[in-house]
Design a protein around this ligand. Structure first.
Ligand code: RUQ
Ligand code: CUA
Ligand code: CA
Length: 645
């Protein structure tokens, strides 16, 4: 409470940074375990110790990044909302929040988790409630055609319950959710960038999913404490049907996921090769790994029937453990050893290199795609030789974004910095070139960055204009709002030699991972088609109360400023389904319906139909009113539900 009346500028930046770093180190050191940071004191650490820190852009320059009233942003940012369970959309460079898409959460703005249509996507419990009310969105990726975004789908994962959600980009609504069997801690996900098996199919057909937590297989209570029996599965989901296609049993765990541009490989970094259950066990060894799955070989194995299944699941599970994959020429997977507890794997836009950072090592490992393929051909005797550079870049490296000039930008969690480094220079330096200038620039961010990503940087159209640092702490960057702080997404201009910090955007907890997408790629529908909805009531005259025993269907339409039924009557004990079609066709003319005491609130956009089902268990008069301000007579837009005792 002591700091309560301190304005931000009474604490110099230095002091804040020191406090945060001390706290972060204390947390790690308190473990009493080696954290592998000592390498930074070696003489090889020169770039990390000496590079100067860039200053924010000059005040006079900030106007360049403003979007004047009435003008549109150049980019969309799609961002996972972390433990809020949703996806956010904002514009760049303005940082204006445009929309939140509920996926794994409940949301009474649109009625997600309330309408029958959304519950059909989420799945339900026997009592008709959504199967889960909680979610933890981590990663968002658009579908690809030929290595760049095609604007069809956005995929997002739920770490808590092991689910993959798909959002159709024309309406920006979730249309499918798939729960993956026999996994926990679904962390990384990435769609392929083209089909590896059928060269004619040039778009995303698979989404790969990494399970971070190992569990007993099956997890039926027969194994509990004995962690040596826990295992992880790497999963592939069919992007079109959203069915689970196959799983691969591995040694160690999965974390983040990346895919190659030729569709041949899917990668996951692993920080727990130790297969420990406690964090000190997970930090025990100096080396962990990055795994590369040979997609075509795995699918051939599945086709040939070389798989098992786990528990009640019928999903084919191939054996991708080390012991079963000793011969590279038939191996389904390649284990590339890299230093300590890596977090994050990202591929360069030219498709040549993966950067995989050692969270507890000050290095980023650069793994060459062609060398991994060579290992699978039996032409590389040691998988470690696929590592072609391992520059020391700073403390706590996590995620890497790329520009279009061969440079990488890595978030440094402990240093609270972004470091810009050159990939080819790192390779030269690794090969002994003393003059190679690896680290080109570094910039302070505020504070403790997690993901960092560049504009179009996860496509072959990476344009080298912007980098965003999604930070885990904002501390004093914004007006204080109590103990739960806003987070920061900091916008950095990377178009020049030096990075320039050009904006702090506040973000509702927790901005996890995002992508920056050119606006021309996204093409939305502004109005639904009434025919999209099988239950649509196309004429107000079809409205009415239809009884079948104690099941009652109430059909209503909306047209500003009225509902087609001014009132309707049901009885206590009835199971009531209200179907509401919005017959208005004017863009933006959204209506809604809330029913007091019945816990109902949902919207109907122009030409949309949604329905809700509930038990009429309270007698009385209930005003069903429109909650979305639609018309001068919005307040008058009501109907009455009479529930007869
Ligand atoms: S990964 S902690 Cu995106 Cu850094 Cu989830
Ligand atoms: Cu319709 Cu408010
Ligand atoms: Ca480890």
């Amino acid at each position: 409470m002591k700091d309560i009346d301190k304005t931000p500028d009474t604490l110099p930046d230095e002091g804040r940074r020191k406090f945060l770093n001390t706290a972060a180190f204390a947390g790690l050191a308190g473990a009493g375990a080696s954290i592998g940071l000592s390498a930074c004191n070696s003489d090889k650490a020169a770039p990390a110790a000496t590079a100067t820190v860039a200053a924010p852009a000059e005040a006079s320059e900030f106007g360049k990044y403003e979007v004047p009233p009435g003008e549109l942003d150049e980019y969309y940012v799609f961002s996972s909302g972390g433990h809020s369970g949703e996806v956010r959309i904002y514009g760049l460079p303005s940082g204006r929040e445009l929309k939140r898409i509920p996926v794994f959460n409940m949301d009474c703005m649109v009625g997600w988790g309330i309408t029958n249509e959304s519950k059909a996507v989420i799945g339900t419990r026997p009592d008709g409630q959504p199967k889960y009310h909680t979610g933890d969105t981590h990663h968002v990726h658009l579908s690809y055609t030929d290595g760049t975004y095609d604007g069809r789908y956005l995929f997002v994962n739920d770490k808590i319950h092991g689910r993959l959600g798909r959002i159709r980009m024309d309406t920006m609504e979730c249309d499918k959710i798939t729960e993956i069997p026999n996994i926990q801690g679904f962390h990384g996900t990435f769609p392929d960038k083209r089909d590896p098996v059928d060269a004619a199919i040039n778009h995303t057909t698979r989404v790969f999913c990494g399970a971070e937590f190992s569990i007993p297989l099956p997890n039926d209570g027969s194994v509990l404490e004995d962690a040596s029996q826990y295992k992880s599965l790497f999963t592939c989901i069919n992007a079109d049907t959203m069915e689970v296609a196959w799983q691969a049993l591995i040694d160690g765990n999965c974390d983040l996921v990346a895919t190659s541009y030729d569709g041949k490989l899917a990668a996951t970094n692993q920080y727990n090769t130790e297969m420990g259950a406690l964090y000190e066990e997970m930090m025990a060894s100096e080396m962990d790994a990055c795994l590369f799955f040979n997609v075509a070989r795995i699918e051939a194995a599945v086709k040939a029937g070389k798989f098992t299944t786990v528990g009640n699941s019928s999903v084919p599970v191939v054996d991708a453990t080390k012991a079963a994959n000793q011969d590279p020429k038939s191996a389904l997977v390649c284990y590339v050893p890299i230093p300590k507890n890596p977090h994050g794997v990202n591929i360069s836009p030219d498709g040549k290199y993966y950067a995989c950072s050692g969270k507890l090592s000050p290095t980023a490992s650069v793994i060459e795609h062609e060398k991994v393929l060579a290992w699978f051909d039996g032409a590389l005797d040691d998988a470690r030789k696929a590592v072609v550079a391992e520059p020391e870049i700073g403390l706590g490296p996590l995620h890497t974004g790329f520009d279009n000039k061969g440079n990488a930008y890595t978030t440094l969690f402990l240093d609270s910095q972004i470091v810009k480094w050159n990939v080819e220079a790192a390779i030269k330096s690794f090969n002994g070139d003393q003059n190679a200038q690896v680290v080109l620039d570094r910039i302070d961010v505020h504070y403790q960055p997690g993901h960092g990503f560049t504009s179009m940087g996860e496509t072959r159209e990476s344009d080298g204009r912007y980098f965003i640092s999604d930070n885990k702490f904002s501390k004093d960057r914004f007006l204080p709002v109590g103990p739960l702080h806003a987070e920061t997404a900091q916008l950095i201009d990377i178009s020049g030699d030096k990075m320039k910090l050009v904006a702090d955007h506040s973000v509702y907890s927790e901005p996890h991972d995002s992508i920056i997408v050119r606006r021309d790629i996204v093409k939305t529908r502004q109005i639904y088609s009434i025919d999209d909805f099988p239950l649509a009531i196309k004429d107000p005259k079809e409205s009415g109360v239809f009884r079948d025993g104690n099941k009652v269907t109430v059909k209503i339409t909306s047209q500003a400023p009225a509902f087609s039924l001014r009132d309707f009557k049901v009885k206590v004990g009835d199971e009531v389904t209200i179907i509401l079609t919005n017959l208005d066709k004017v863009e933006d003319l959204t209506h809604a319906m809330a029913i007091p005491k019945y816990d109902i609130n949902f919207v109907v956009n122009p030409q949309q139909t949604q329905s809700v089902t509930f038990k009429a268990d309270k007698p009385g008069v209930f005003w069903c009113y429109c909650t979305n301000f639609c018309h001068a007579l919005h307040l008058e837009m009501r109907s009455r539900m009479y529930v007869e005792a």
